[in-house]
Design a protein. Sequence first.
Length: 141
Amino acid sequence: MKKPNVEEVLQQGITGPLETKPEERRKYLGTLRERIVIALKKDQVAEEEVYPQVEQNMKVYPKAHLFLNGTMPYEQLSKYVKMAAKNNIDHTIVTNKERDTDIGLVLAMDYAIDKEEILITKKALKEPEEEKGFFAKLFKR
């Protein structure tokens, strides 16, 4: 490993330490896209109902870390904070005042998992309706 020269040290002192993919880290609440298990946009986090996929993935990935957007009201984030506590998942509320992102929640690992689809587009169906039997279909009430 080579020794940094004076100019490199001064530059890092002025601008901060070198960082891999800074734009991606700002967008995904401080983590890289390749580490993300699941993500929700701000408007999805703000909804009354929680997304069941988040809790399912917390159970599948128990060593994951939950990142929440700190620019959102805590009342909207609290349901996911409680869910993380219930599943023993660490969480961090990230506030970046310099740059805003449309991402509201990120569940990520500390290593790359490279999932193809990370954003949830719609809620899973609550429960499929019970299939009616042959006679129930024939004789509607």
